[in-house]
Ligand binder design. Structure first.
Ligand code: DPP
Ligand code: ZN
Length: 843
């Protein structure tokens, strides 16, 4: 398989003014008739052949301007030689046959529980009909379908039963079709300019009562995008369909979003608070794509971050506005470090805008999405809020209806704000997480901060240039008073120093407030200073971060030197835990110890080889010590954070539940009876699942597990949780065994991506279990990747990233993992998806 290069981009030979599609739906023999109205593209080299993409299509007929042609397709498409093509406009008609029922890849047109549905991003449309399947070819579509199924949906506005017209030109990856026996949860939204839009969420009949929160999130998203970005919806109808078998979270098809059902369906007794928060965020994300993705799309797939980074940035802003902005920021940064820093530090590191790929589906990554969003946050910090708003307005007017590039995006900022962004562009083109080292001194009333920037090499990028890095800095006195409010320092070189005169004593720096740049910060801070920041920092992110720094140093000291749990940390965390003026959600985050994987990443970054078993043991020791220290306060705190009355999914109520579960989890180190009681009296899935997790984590909970199964065995989404929890909470010695046992369970439907992930990704997430010295975890994952790959290569490739951290570990584990990677690589007929991932991981 050959790599596709950004530098090879050329415009497509033809423009498509209009597409008419007709589907005669049948599980094994669906017929797709397409009529394309084409003309030569004046911006392209003239006289080229017409090349259409097409995979697994049986061509039944082909005609140009009504005259049959005899060209036969090859493995990847169909070529109409230039000699057969008119110089002006012409019509090309094709008829193909496809088999949705046997399409297990969940890419293209496929079936899920008797319902037809599509997934076309990035390159699924070529499995539906012959077409230039690339995002810069934008066309208007009319769609009709023949089927007995009552619900018949496609993009745009309905023009009759099963007939749809989309007035907005779009790339093929935004095409969608759904046919099934579905019910609609309906509401309406009146736009800024007074147009009434019908909103539908379609589900299977039994799920209709689970759509209220998704609908509420949609309405709030539509209003927010009008108020904050001035963006109005542009069709008469907006449809969402929930489907059980889906590779990703959701898809922003024009006017017809298709969602993994776990990101739509929620009731208090079946969905956790995290599920509610994710539903709100993803509903918003897909809706926001209507402007950042659909109206303005990407010229080519190298520009994926143009739509994804910006849309993640927008959905993060939205969730921050709907909930607690500081808590949302802390959660987003923790996720960024857990997924993106991990990726950036290993063999799969790639630029936010990569310049080559083998399989584009392998690039729907934390780097493109989450780091892509961080880069936009930095841009906003550098130019300021008002200039950011000007730039976005210019972007929407200048590029509406276009397929744009990162160069276009940066040019808009330059034109709107006057900033030269030449150096800033390195954030898009150079992979890897910058490391900053902070040192300081204090002389004659002047405080000096020295900052060094180091950009580690990544695969294929030995040389890195210094990046533009905005550092939000505050200074505190040792009594906790703020002596310098937040100030932005902008780094452009490898080394800088910044002076702060007229101070009476050496201050404590609070650097990288709000996590103003996606970097790793190295600074030598005393535990005393950290405790002062934890108690007094006005920046919520750094306040929480100080607690994490204390916990991390306690953990690493314990692991490396068997140092007993420091009193500084115990006292500081106890103070925050008891501080009733603080948001319970914030206190819950502060109470949470860094994950095992986070500690492994930290140890590796400071030149140590992480020992998964030792990390796991240290974390438990610290938890027990904290529990004993907090013991006198736990019963009253647990009682105080019971959420009375009816369930509310609000961030405030969720914060109380999260804090209470954090306290119960500590309590369980001493006594599991309160957790058992909490399980029995749970009024929501958050509480039921949370209490069960605590019991399992302490080697208890078998009766509850059986009760849970009996209660929920008919609810697919809840059963995913039942599968996953047993594995993620398993003791390291048992994790692989329990996983294997559960893969033999009658309800383990491995072809369903949610169920597969619930089991296999939970094993990968159990750090000490997956990295158990026996190598059983590695072998089990490899077996399942080999088994899944021929059926669903996208999900297999995604799951293989569990192995991306292999260079962190000791020689024995490295050999074990590399042997498994080689074993998978040698499997005959491996997919391009998994093959590329293995080649990159093996190096
Ligand atoms: N474009 C989708 C999303 O990010 C993923 N296929 O929402
Ligand atoms: Zn997206």
């Amino acid at each position: 398989p050959t790599a596709i290069l950004l530098s090879d981009y050329t415009p497509f030979s033809h423009l498509i003014d209009h597409v008419t599609l007709h589907f005669t739906l049948h599980p094994l023999q669906t017929r797709v008739s397409a009529r394309l109205s084409l003309r030569p593209n004046p911006a392209a080299v003239q006289g080229q052949d017409l090349r259409l993409d097409g995979e697994n299509l049986s061509l039944l007929s082909l005609a140009l301007n009504g005259k049959p042609l005899a060209h036969a397709p090859d493995e990847t498409g169909l070529t109409i030689p230039a000699a057969d093509l008119p110089n002006g406009p012409f019509t090309l008609e094709t008829e193909v046959e496809i088999s949705p029922q046997t399409n297990t890849s969940l890419d293209g047109l496929y079936m899920s529980n008797g319902m037809y549905c599509t997934q076309c991003e990035a390159q699924g449309f070529r499995k539906i009909t012959f077409y230039p399947d690339r995002p810069d070819v934008m066309a208007r579509f009319d769609v009709t379908m023949d089927t007995d199924l009552p619900t018949q949906l496609s993009n745009g506005n309905p023009t009759g039963p099963g007939a749809w017209h989309d007035p907005w030109p779009k790339p093929a990856y935004l095409f969608a079709l759904v046919a099934g026996d579905l019910v609609a949860h309906t509401d309406h939204f009146t736009t800024l300019s007074g147009r009434r839009v019908t909103l539908n969420i379609y589900t299977r009949a039994g799920d209709a009562h689970k759509c209220a929160y998704a609908m509420d999130s949609l309405i709030r998203s539509m209003r927010w995008d009008e108020q904050v970005y001035g963006r109005e919806y542009d069709l008469d109808i907006f449809n969402i369909v929930a489907v059980d078998d889906f590779n990703m979270g959701a898809m922003e098809n024009k006017g017809l979003n298709i969602f993994n059902s776990k990101l739509v369906l929620a009731t208090p007794d079946t969905a956790t608070d995290d599920d509610y928060a994710r539903i709100e965020a993803v509903i918003a994300h897909e809706y926001f794509h209507n402007w950042t993705g659909n109206r303005i799309t990407c010229r080519d797939w190298f520009q994926l971050c143009l739509k994804e980074g910006l849309t993640v940035y927008r959905d993060q802003q939205f969730s921050g506005d709907m909930r607690s902005a500081p808590v949302k920021r802390i959660e987003d940064v923790l996720a960024l470090r857990a997924r993106q820093f991990r990726e950036d530090g290993g063999p799969l590191a790639h630029a936010v805008r990569p310049d080559s790929y083998v399989e584009i589906n392998n690039f729907y990554t934390a780097t493109i999405y989450e780091k892509g969003a961080e880069v936009i946050g930095m841009l906003k910090t550098l130019v300021g809020d008002a200039a950011y708003a000007d730039a976005l307005n210019l972007y929407f007017t200048r590029h509406d209806g276009h397929a744009a590039t990162i160069e276009d995006w940066l040019q808009v900022f330059t034109d709107a704000t006057g900033h030269d962004l030449t150096q800033f562009k390195h954030w898009y083109t150079q992979a890897g997480t910058p490391h900053l080292t902070l040192t300081d001194d204090f002389k004659n009333g002047t405080y000096t901060l020295y900052i060094k920037q180091n950009n580690p090499t990544t695969p294929g990028q030995p040389h890195k240039d210094p990046k533009v890095i905005p550092i939000a800095l505050g200074l505190l006195s040792t009594s906790g008073a703020e002596v310098l409010p937040t100030t932005i320092l902008t780094l452009t070189q490898a080394e800088h120093s910044f002076e702060f005169p007229n101070l009476t004593a050496k201050p404590i720096p609070s650097a990288l407030r709000g996590f103003s740049a996606p970097v790793v910060l190295h600074q030598t801070q005393s535990n005393t200073d950290r405790a002062i920041l934890l108690a007094h920092d006005t920046d919520a992110f750094n306040k929480c971060e100080a607690g994490r720094a204390l916990a991390k140093s306690a953990l690493t000291d314990h692991i490396l030197h068997q140092t007993p749990t420091p009193h500084d940390w115990l006292a500081a965390i106890t103070a925050v835990t008891r501080e009733t003026t603080l948001d319970p959600a914030f206190r819950a985050l502060t109470l949470r110890l860094p994950s095992d994987d986070d500690i492994a990443q930290t140890l590796h970054a400071s030149g140590h080889i992480p020992d998964p078993a030792a990390i796991h043991a240290a974390r438990r020791t610290l938890q027990t010590d904290l529990a004993n220290h907090l013991k006198p306060h736990l019963p009253s705190l647990i009682a105080a954070h019971q959420t009375p009355g009816d369930f509310s999914p609000s961030a405030i109520a969720a914060g109380h539940r999260a804090f209470r579960l954090g306290l119960l989890s500590l309590m369980a180190r001493i006594d599991t009876a309160p957790a058992t009681h909490a399980y029995q009296n749970a009024k929501s899935m958050t509480e039921q699942l949370g209490a069960l997790a605590i019991l399992l984590d302490n080697g208890m909970g078998q009766p509850e597990l059986a009760q849970f199964h009996a209660q929920w065995q008919n609810d697919r989404l809840v059963m995913d949780k039942w599968f996953g929890l047993q594995i993620s909470m398993a003791a390291p010695d048992h994790a692989a065994h329990i996983t294997k046992f559960l893969t033999e369970h009658a309800d383990f439907d491995w072809k369903n991506p949610n169920r597969f992930r619930a089991v296999i990704a939970s094993l990968a997430a159990n750090h000490a279990g997956f990295h158990h010295a026996s190598g059983q975890g590695y072998a089990l994952l490899a077996d399942w990747l080999i088994k899944l790959d021929p059926v669903n290569p996208q999900t297999a490739a995604r799951m293989s990233t569990a192995f991306e951290t292999w260079p962190r570990y000791d020689q024995t584990r490295q050999t074990l993992i590399r042997n498994e990677l080689s074993r998978i690589r040698q499997t005959p007929n491996l997919s391009r998806n998994l093959g590329e991932m293995l080649d990159r991981m093996l190096g």
